[in-house]
Design a protein around this ligand. Sequence first.
Ligand SMILES: *Cc1c(COP(=O)(O)O)cnc(C)c1O
Length: 419
Amino acid sequence: MKFISTRGQAPTLGFSQAMLQGLASDGGLYVPEKLPQFRLEDFDGIESLPQIAEKLLRPFLQGDPLESQLSEICQSAFNFPIPLKYLKNHTAVLELFHGPTCAFKDVGARFLAECLSRTKNPSEMLTILVATSGDTGGAVAGAFYEKPGIEVMILFPKGKISSRQEKQLTAWGKNIHAFSVRGDFDDCQRMVKEAFQSPEWKRKKKLTSANSISVGRILPQMVYYAASSLWYFRKTGKKPGFIIPSGNIGNSMGALWTQAMGLPIRNIVLSLNANRSVSDFLASGEWKPQATIATLANAMDVGNPSNMERLRFLFPNIETLQAKLRAFSVNDSQIKATIQQGPERWGEVWCPHTATAVFVREKLSDEPDWILVATAHPAKFETIVEPLIGTPLSVPPSLEKLLKQPSHATEIDNTLASL
Ligand SMILES: *Cc1c(COP(=O)(O)O)cnc(C)c1O
C-alpha cells in the first residue's frame, strides 16, 4: 500500500516512511492511496482487539518492512482492555480510557511507539519532539518510556495545564525529558516548529514528531471502531452510529475511514465544544478556521483542526460530506449539566470531553443504536467533575502510580536557544 499527500505534490511513500516523515514535503498530510474493502464474513471467528487489528491493518502495511512484524506490533500496542459497555436506551459506551494515561491517545501513541522503535536505525538516537496542551504529551511519554535508542522531549506551558496532566508528563524520568516553558502553548508549538527547521538541530539530532498528523496514530484509531461496530452488530443485529468528542478530528478520521472500508457503521456524528469551526463548515459549506476558545473540554480546544485536510480529501464534494457527517457544538454550561445529571440519567460519571457526546446523544433521542465514544477517564479532570457530582472519584491504578512518583521538569524560557 502506498500513501499519498493530500496536496498531491510530495513523493508517494510506504507506511514506515510516511510515518517517519510526519508532514508531507508539500505541506499536506499522508493518506492511504486507496482504502481496502472488507466484507463482514472477513471477520468471522475474529473477536479480540489484537486479532481485529491485524486483519484490518494488514493491507496498509503490505510491502512495507514492518509487514512481517504486524502481529507482534498489534499484540504489544493493544494490550489493555477497550470495553464496549451497554447502557439503557439502545446506547453503548466505548471506553477508550483504560490505557496507561487514561485517554484514547494511548492507543495511537503506543502503536506509533511500537512501529517507530522497529523502523529506526539501531545505531542512531531518535528524538521525538512534542508540544502539548493536555493529553498528547502524557500518552507519548508513556508509550516511549524506556524504548531503547529513543528520547522524548516534551514542551508544556508552565502553570497552564492541570496538575494531574502535568504529573503525566513529568513523572517518568529516564528517556523522557519534560520542559516547563515560561510562555503559552503557542510558544511551545512555535519552538517545536523552529527546531524542525533549524540546520543546527538537524545536524545534532534525528528529529521526528508524534502529533496527530502522523498516519502512525490514525491507523490504529480505526481498530476500535471496527471492533466495537462488529461487537455491537453481532449482539443486536443493528449497525451502530458513533458520537465522537472531536478537536483535531484525528479520532473521527479513524472512524470515517473504517466506515468507508465496509465495516457495519450506520453513521458518524462529531460532538464539539464551543470551538465550532467544523460544525459551521458543515452548515455553510465554507471553511473558516477560527481562533481557539478555552473550554472545560480542553483537549478539544482547537480552532483550526489539522486533520481538516484529510476530511476534505476523503469527501471533496461538500454535499456528499454534508450528507455523510453531522457535527454539534456543545457549550460549557451544557457540559456541566450533562456531567451533573450523568449518575442519575445513565449511572455513569463522564469526563468533560465525553459529556459533549452524551449531550448530543440526549438531543438525538428519537434515533436508536448509538455508541458514545468515551475519550478520557473522569478522574483526570477531578477539579471539574467532583464539584459537579458532589462525590470524590476513585483514581485508576495507572494514574495513581504516576501521581506517587517525583516530578522531573526543567524550566526554560520560551526560546529555541534555551531549549
Ligand atoms: C485529544 C482528545 C480529544 C480530541 O481528539 P481529536 O483526535 O483531536 O479530535 C477528545 N477527548 C480527549 C480526552 C482528548 O485527549
